[in-house]
Design a binder for this molecule. Structure first.
Ligand SMILES: NC(=O)c1ccc[n+]([C@@H]2O[C@H](COP(=O)([O-])OP(=O)(O)OC[C@H]3O[C@@H](n4cnc5c(N)ncnc54)[C@H](O)[C@@H]3O)[C@@H](O)[C@H]2O)c1
Length: 355
């Protein structure tokens, strides 16, 4: 390869590298091959994961043995969460629930904390799967993260009953679309109370238990790319200054100043918690997703169909994300695979905020 690099003109080398890359990745769809925006590499539809080796397959049925295929002795053991107890707030549905399922697959015992009286039907499917297929357990506790006394009580009772507490993903959050001139102080305070103070108090309750047991732990807070950038308030070219915005100004963009400020708060909060708790072996990081096509966002698309058209064009991959694309990040951050990572923001946004 080194001699090829020395003797081949750069433009020939580049074209041969591109064509060999295309041959190796036949499913890579580039901008020039499609009419619309680039779709990047689409999943291989007939791909099936290999079966677990026989001893690991039998371990899946035994709750006293490591229950995950990934992360067994020969396969990236640092990802194994067997024996770890992890809390996930906001896991009655949506992103939190999808990440909870990933943690269960990696072997963790998971407690979902959410304000909903009943979790979603999907939650019940994951709970059943945890018990029947994964040899682990998914639990539910109803709590509003603003109820600090109740939150502390629940976290302590989980920690007492398990004799440890290893991880937290705080995904509970709210969103409100209101323009800056119309926002009330009450609504802004509620936003900050849930998204910032709620995440803070959950992390605090969990960190106290981690320090009590002395084993360290990992905390991942769900922030947003909108904690770093402002969302476009309309997708067409901005109007000249001092002229009124286009008639469909609100429907095209996403106007949520308090939400975005709250997510910036979460990112900065995490850095400071990491600084204070690092000596206890507690790592604190954030995940900043781009637009995710959750049920809530799909419902918005019915109201504002132009968003479904415009939002994917705002990132480099030309698509919206789905919650499943954040599974790996959850397992990575909670597991020892990220053992030297703290105070970091893992931005997963299809390149949206790099443009
Ligand atoms: N959907 C997106 O495009 C997107 C993008 C970036 C970040 N996020 C963040 O991801 C996280 C999950 O969002 P989602 O899209 O799955 O939304 P979602 O509304 O489906 O899930 C949020 C969950 O949090 C719970 N919750 C809300 N307030 C709570 C409170 N006070 N106490 C306890 N639980 C509470 C809800 O009941 C719900 O189950 C949120 O923090 C959100 O801000 C979402």
């Amino acid at each position: 390869m080194a001699s090829l690099l020395r003797t081949t003109p750069t433009h020939l080398l580049r074209s041969s590298l591109v064509s060999s890359r295309r041959a190796a990745l036949p499913f890579l769809q580039t901008r020039s091959q499609s009419n619309g925006p680039p779709l990047a590499n689409t999943p291989v539809s007939n791909f099936k994961a290999p079966n677990a080796p026989s001893e690991e397959a039998s371990a899946l049925k035994d709750s006293n043995k490591p229950a995950s295929f990934l992360g067994t002795t020969k396969r990236l053991p640092e990802f194994n969460l067997h024996g770890k107890v992890v809390l996930v707030t906001g896991a009655a549905r949506g992103l939190g629930l999808v990440q909870a399922e990933a943690l269960l697959e990696a072997g963790a015992t998971v407690y979902a904390l959410d304000r909903l009286a009943e979790p979603s039907e999907e939650f019940l499917r994951v709970q059943k799967r945890a018990a029947e297929e994964l040899g682990t357990t998914l639990h539910y506790r109803q709590i509003d993260v603003r109820d600090v006394a109740g939150l502390n009580e629940i976290v302590k009772s989980i920690s007492d009953s398990q004799g440890k507490l290893d991880g937290l993903i705080s995904a509970a959050g709210r969103q409100q679309e209101t323009s800056a001139l119309e926002y009330t102080a009450k609504d802004a305070n509620t936003m900050f109370e849930v998204n910032i103070t709620g995440s803070f108090m959950t992390a605090q309750a969990v960190a106290k238990e981690m320090i009590r047991w002395g084993n360290g732990g990992s905390i991942a807070m769900i922030a947003s790319m909108s904690g770093t950038i402002a969302n476009k308030v309309h997708s067409l070219l901005p109007p000249p200054l001092l002229l009124p915005p286009p008639a469909d100004h609100k429907s095209q963009g996403l106007i949520c100043p308090a939400y975005n400020a709250s997510k910036a708060g979460v990112i900065q909060l995490a850095r400071n918690l990491a600084a204070e708790w690092g000596t206890h072996g507690i790592r604190v990081n954030t995940i900043s997703p781009g637009y995710i096509a959750t049920a809530m966002v799909e419902a918005l698309f019915e109201q504002y169909p132009e968003r479904k058209r415009d939002w994917p064009t705002q990132n480099m991959l030309g698509q919206l994300s789905v919650p499943q694309q954040y599974r790996g990040a959850a397992v990575f951050l909670i597991s020892d695979a990220s053992s030297f990572m703290t105070a970091a923001d893992l931005r997963i946004d299809g390149g949206h905020s790099a443009w």
